[in-house]
Design a protein around this ligand. Structure first.
Ligand code: WT7
Length: 632
């Protein structure tokens, strides 16, 4: 794999990627196994949002992730599975074993009638079968739609219905810290409102009792037993869909981002190698869940494309104690460690003894992802985990971008706390001002947009191309709009300042305000609500809800209502979307056209009461005073 080793080389490569993108990307793509090569590197229309990468090329991504390593790495560990409980033995799954697991699972899916283009919904804990399920879909050309196992049955049902998944893969239950989650029960509930699912493949993990429905639900171990562990890879076009992954948006309906095969492979393979400077034999660990894009691209596809050893951790950083991450790093001699600022902050507030107990000298590179990393967390990470000796790669990207876009390259790009620094080769970020003009001077601040197509960009929103155009390609004509604001310093380094839309990042999870408000409004006592984010020491942002009660709700006990509202959110979305603060108000500040002025609520939530700007244009300016007085 092409590997950039010096700043000079980066600058040269970057310039070439901008001046000769066709040549640049075709050279990178040459490093993978293709059944048939492309006749054109890319076609891009940033107005209609139509993109083709590696036109007419044929491949199978699992041949690249697995089969191509079988000649010389068949006994090397591909997946290192670390269970939730430290008392349960870790499992080293070699490339050979992974190949057999994936192929057997692929044959099982075929046996259940899954074929190329069918959607398979995967709702599993972080166990090896999750990796196998994802890759099994890719093996036979089925489109995987992984739903994070923290989502509620309503959220799961919405995603199954949106993608009309034919088969569901789940487990009896899952372990997370000291909790056991009834995953199959949640699936059973979800499926009451889903017609498309014909079969449910169930993996045994916890051994708990569960209701199995005859003719629909199958234990994986039973039906896979007599099937072959050899399965020819399906021949896929570079633009055939690989997966759908849902992300929050500005309406209640989740956006199913659709990624395609060839471009995604090339980009995740290339960026994994460079951003983590992965060397053969290294042990790489990304603590994300495969239910998010970080897990798709940088636990599974990126590492496996490079023949890496990738750690899959089932548990949480605080179980059985706050030393868990560091204990795992010491035990398995992890070389690259990739986590989220919220995890760093939550561990930084605990005693340093948890860190100092362990030998972390194996670490070469530290990564951060998911939200801006604040200065304090950056320095703690650098000093106590990296011992001031490991570059921190603050990687900025999105579900929609498929892979890391702006990031330092270790030992190549000098790092700067809180800055994601420079774009990777092939990526052309720009800052646009309020007049929609590119800002060419430095320093600058504006809307972060991308000017040129890249291989792993999402191709559409499943079933709704117009929404894809409207969300990403309409605000600034001719550009991809990220939804983020950013600063650029004199050196051209980017610092992401945060979302410019109605998405709030809580503990690294992307949450739309609309779906949460929809859930709250389902409560019989609630008339209307508005959600904002406010700064939180550990979560980055926490949620603050302003709720107007109906007449019937006004004499209810407010603490009880708060519990019920959070239960409502938990049932509709999942516990991650629960509110930290709920303030009952008699009205919300609105413009004359009826739009809620979130800007004002945000200031109140942040405790910044200094300057609300002009509120005289509000329909109900008097409400602001009431809300300030009652603020929590
Ligand atoms: C949003 C995308 C792709 C990784 C997981 C999140 C924020 C992501 C950073 C970073 C500042 C970041 C952005 C982005 N974000 N990484 N290094 N610094 N902000 O994926 O759920 O699609 O969220 O996460 O606001 O738009 P996602």
């Amino acid at each position: 794999m092409v590997q950039i080793k010096s700043l000079e080389e980066y600058l040269k490569t970057y310039t070439r990627s901008v001046e000769q993108p066709e040549l640049f990307w075709s050279e990178i793509a040459e490093q993978f196994d293709w059944i048939q090569k492309w006749d054109k590197t890319f076609e891009s229309d940033m107005i209609k949002a139509e993109f083709k990468w590696f036109r007419n090329a044929k491949l199978n991504i699992t041949s690249n992730c697995i089969d191509r390593h079988l000649d010389n790495k068949s006994d090397q560990t591909a997946l290192l599975f670390v269970p939730n409980s430290p008392d349960e033995a870790a499992q080293k799954i070699t490339y050979k074993e992974l190949s057999l697991m994936v192929n057997r699972m692929a044959n099982t899916l075929k046996d259940l009638g899954v074929s190329k283009g069918d959607r398979v919904c995967i709702y599993l804990p972080m166990i090896p079968e999750l990796a196998a399920a994802v890759l099994a879909c890719a093996r036979i050309g089925a489109i995987h739609s992984v739903v994070f196992a923290g989502f509620s049955s309503t959220a799961v049902a919405a995603r199954i219905n949106d993608s009309s998944s034919k088969v569901m893969i789940t487990s009896d239950g899952g372990y997370r810290g000291n909790k056991t989650i009834d995953l199959k029960g949640i699936v059973n509930d979800a499926l009451k409102s889903c017609d498309s699912v014909e079969s449910v493949l169930t993996i045994k993990r916890t051994g708990q009792e569960t209701v199995m429905i005859e003719g629909r639900d199958y234990w994986y171990e039973d039906i896979s037993k007599n099937l072959s562990d050899e399965c020819e890879p399906e021949i896929m076009d570079a633009e055939d869909p690989l997966f759908i992954l849902y992300t929050s948006g500005s309406t209640g309906k989740p956006k199913g981002m659709l990624h395609s095969t060839g471009g995604y492979m090339v980009y995740t393979g290339f960026t994994f190698k460079n951003v983590f400077q992965y060397e053969s034999g290294d042990i790489y660990w990304c603590t994300a869940d495969i239910g998010w894009i970080t897990g798709h691209s940088y636990i599974l596809y990126g590492p496996l494309l490079n023949g890496a050893t990738t750690v899959m951790f089932e548990g949480v950083p605080s179980y059985p104690d706050f030393g868990r991450f560091w204990e795992i790093i010491e035990k398995y001699k992890v070389n690259q460690f990739y986590t989220a600022p919220t995890a760093i902050r939550s561990l930084a507030k605990e005693s340093l003894e948890w860190v100092e107990k362990y030998d972390l000298s194996s670490i070469k590179v530290l990564g951060s992802v998911g939200e801006p990393i604040n200065e304090e967390a950056w320095h703690w990470y650098d000093e106590h985990i990296g011992k001031r000796n490991c570059p921190i790669v603050d990687t900025w990207w999105q579900t929609e971008t498929g892979g890391i876009m702006i990031s330092p390259i270790p030992h190549v790009t000098p790092t700067k706390p809180t800055y994601a620094t420079l774009p990777l080769p092939g990526i052309q970020p720009v800052l646009l001002d309020e007049q929609h003009k590119e800002i060419t001077v430095n320093p600058a601040q504006g809307s972060l947009c991308i000017k040129h197509a890249w291989p792993s960009m999402a191709r559409t929103i499943w079933g709704d191309h117009q929404r894809y155009i409207d969300t990403y390609f309409s605000a600034y004509k001719g550009y991809y709009f990220t939804g983020d604001g950013a600063l650029r310093d004199d050196a051209g380094y980017y610092r992401i300042t945060g979302r410019m839309d109605d998405v709030i990042i809580v503990s690294g999870h992307n949450l739309g305000t609309a779906p949460i408000e929809d859930a709250i409004n389902e409560h019989p006592a609630v008339a209307e609500s508005a959600i904002i984010g406010f700064p939180h020491d550990i979560k980055g942002n926490a949620l603050y809800g302003f709720v107007i009660l109906k007449e019937s709700g006004t004499d209810r006990n407010q603490d009880e209502l708060r519990i019920e509202i959070n239960k409502m959110i938990s049932d509709h979305i999942g516990p991650i979307a629960k509110l930290d603060k709920i303030q009952f108000v008699s009205g919300l500040p609105k413009t004359r056209s009826g739009k809620i002025m979130r800007r004002i609520l945000r200031k109140i939530g942040e405790g910044d009461l200094s300057n609300f700007g002009d509120i005289s244009t509000l329909l109900n300016p008097e409400i602001v005073e009431e809300i300030i007085e009652g603020r929590l």
